[in-house]
Design a binder for this molecule. Sequence first.
Ligand code: RAM
Length: 357
Amino acid sequence: MKKVLTLGLAAVMAVTLLAGCGGNDKEAGASGGGSPSASAGQPSDAGGKKRLAIIFKNTGNPYGEKQMEGFKKAVEENGDEAILKAPDQPTAEAQIQMIEELISQKVDAIAIAANDPDALQPALQKAMNAGIKVISLDSAVNAQSRITHVNQADPERIGRTLIQGVSEMIGGEGEIAILSATSQATNQNTWIEWMKKELEDPKYANIKLVKVAYGDDLRDKSVSETEALLKSYPNLKAIIAPTTVGIAAAGKVLTDKGLKDKVKLTGLGLPSEMAEYIESGVCPWMYLWNPIDVGYLAGYTAEALVKGEITGAVGEKFTAGTLGEKEIVADGDGTQVMLGDPFKFDSGNIAEWKEVY
Ligand code: RAM
C-alpha cells in the first residue's frame, strides 16, 4: 500500500484541527440553524450566505464528527453556513425525516453519508426537484438519488488490501469473520463484496470466512457482536472490522479477554481510537483515510455545484481548497470525486497520527 498521505499533510491537518475546532465536535443533531422561514421558491441566498447541510449516518461516531468538521471548514471558507446533522440511530427512516426538514428549510445543498443506497431516493429526488444540490459522501446513494458522490478511496483496493493483510497476519490459514456496520451500509457492503472477490483466489484456499456480523456502528452492539463471534467460533483466527466503531469495539473486547495472541484484528480504524491496540499488538496494522478531508472535499464539491462551477458531469474540474484541483470521474451509472488512497497505520507511525484524527 502506497503511503501517499505524507507527514507534511499530517502537520497541515494538525494545524487545521487546532485552528478549526474549539472542542465543539458534538454539533450533530443540533441543526446549525439558518432561518426555517426563508422565502418561498427556489433555494435563496436572501441573507447573502448559502446554507449547505451534511447528514452523517448517526451520532456518537468520532469519525462522523471529523467528517462534519471538514465539511464545515470548507463551507465556511466559502463564506457560507454549514448545517451539521446526524440521527441517533443509523436508519434510512431517520435520515429521510432530516432530508424532509432540510427541504422545508430550503437549504442550498445536502451532502449525505447514507444508511441505505436506495431507500432515500424519493426524499433526495424531491430535494433535487426543489433545486437543492444533493451529493453523497462516504456511503453512497444510488446514481438517481444524487448529483455526484465523494468517495474516500477505491473500494476494490480497500477490500482486497484487507484480505491480503489478514492473510499475512494469520499465515494464510484459519477462520476469519467480518464485523461490519449496518447490513444496509453502502460503503461497508461494497468493501465486503471486494473482500469476498479477493478470497476467491486459490491462494486463500485455507482461509474460511465464517460470518459477517453487524454491529450497526453502535458501540455496545459492536461489543456484543464481537463477543458472540468469539463464542460461536472458538477457532477464530482473525476479525476484519471495516468500520471505525466496530474495530475499536473489537479491540477492546480482544484486549479485555486477553486474546491478543489468539485472534488478530485489522480493518479501518481511527488512529486516535486505535493507537493503544496497535501499540499492544492486538491490531498489528489497519487502514484509513483522513475523515476530515472526506468532509472537506464534500463541502467544496457541494459549493462548486451551488455556485454552478460544475454540474456533476464526468471530466469537470474544480478547486477543492487546500486539496487542490479535483475531477469528476465515472462511477457505474453515476459520477464521483475520489479523495485518494487509504493509508496504512502500524506501530511505526501510529504515535504521530493519533494526534491528527
Ligand atoms: C465508520 C462509518 C463510516 C466508515 C468508517 C470507515 O465510522 O461506518 O461510514 O467510512 O467507519
